[in-house]
Design a protein around this ligand. Structure first.
Ligand SMILES: [Zn+2]
Length: 307
């Protein structure tokens, strides 16, 4: 594997889209000339990437967390009312705890050492602190596998999909939600697009390139849903603030528990002043993108393909 090989097809033929500097390191957004996947180069190893995640993990504000979890629970229970679930990259595990309280057999994987799970484990949630491809999980054992805004961070997406194919029931469902690089907010936001997040986002997926990944890994994509109210509107708002106030992601960091209000008083004042205009514009952009089929997020429902 070279540092510029495409994550999907392995080609090193690409065109550069833009340059980015993060914590003193230079990255490029590149598009593969063979399969069209947009990805971040140079590719870095999991070990090297650790420094890009310093201060990244936090705990979402309870109101936001509760809202997001309610939506996620509803999406899963629309497929099956009760069963076994694996949430890959489960973060704090609050979604899994909610599923557990609803009677689900809940398992999560997480590689970040930032989270402690004693309380969740006591309540019956099974946590594997390891990278999914090397996790000890029983084959054909899950009804549902979810990756909520995790797939775009992966360094070895094919290994993940191979493992998911192995551990999912034959009738099980895989749900993957990612930001949409083909969205209106990505086009308008450009380098200020909130969901670009280079270098932590290794891949910048579109409905087409995500489906391509799944199909080649032996999945049949049943449904591609476009748009997630929270992520879309928040993506619009933060992108507008990034443009107006400089590329800071301040609101995201405060909501995610990574930054404190103290020390950002000036940013908060300016955001409050701009809030009515930004809020209305974000709602308008959300509706326009939905009508146009270019929403800020993609949610894919896939099953194992039958031979
Ligand atoms: Zn490619």
């Amino acid at each position: 594997m070279t540092m510029t090989a495409c994550y999907f097809c392995g080609s090193t033929q690409y065109k550069k889209i833009s340059h980015h500097v993060f914590r003193g390191d230079t990255f490029c957004l590149a598009q593969c000339l063979l399969c069209n996947l947009v990805y971040t180069i140079p590719r870095v190893s999991a070990q090297e990437s650790v420094r890009y995640y310093t201060d990244y993990y936090g705990e979402r504000k309870p109101l936001v967390d509760g809202f997001l979890n309610r939506i996620r629970v509803r999406r899963v229970r629309r497929i099956i009312r009760l069963g076994s679930i694996l949430d890959v990259g489960c973060g704090t595990g609050s979604f899994l705890l909610r599923m557990r309280h609803l009677g689900w057999e809940s398992t999560g994987t997480e590689i970040s050492p930032a989270y402690m799970y004693e309380d969740l484990i006591r309540q019956g949630v099974n946590i594997k602190k390891c990278d999914l491809p090397v996790c000890d999980l029983v084959p054909d054992s899950f009804d549902v596998v979810t990756l909520w805004h995790v797939f775009e961070h992966l360094m070895d997406p094919k290994a993940y999909l191979k493992k998911i194919h192995e551990i999912l029931h034959d009738e099980g469902t895989l749900l993957i939600e990612v930001p949409n690089y083909a969205s209106l907010q990505a086009s308008v936001g450009g380098l200020a697009w909130f969901h670009l997040d280079i270098p932590r986002h290794t891949m910048h997926l579109t409905p087409k390139t995500l489906v391509q990944f799944l199909t080649s890994a032996g999945f049949h994509v049943e449904h591609v849903r476009s748009g997630s109210m929270f992520y879309d509107i928040f993506g619009e708002v933060q992108t507008m603030y990034n443009r107006c106030l400089g590329n800071q992601q301040v609101l995201f960091d405060i909501i995610g528990g990574r930054a404190h209000i103290r020390g950002h008083e000036k940013d908060i004042f300016l955001m409050a002043v701009l809030a009515p205009l930004v809020g209305l514009s974000a709602l308008f952009a959300y509706a326009l993108a939905a009508l146009w089929g270019r929403s800020g997020t993609i949610l894919v429902y896939a099953k194992k393909a039958t031979i």
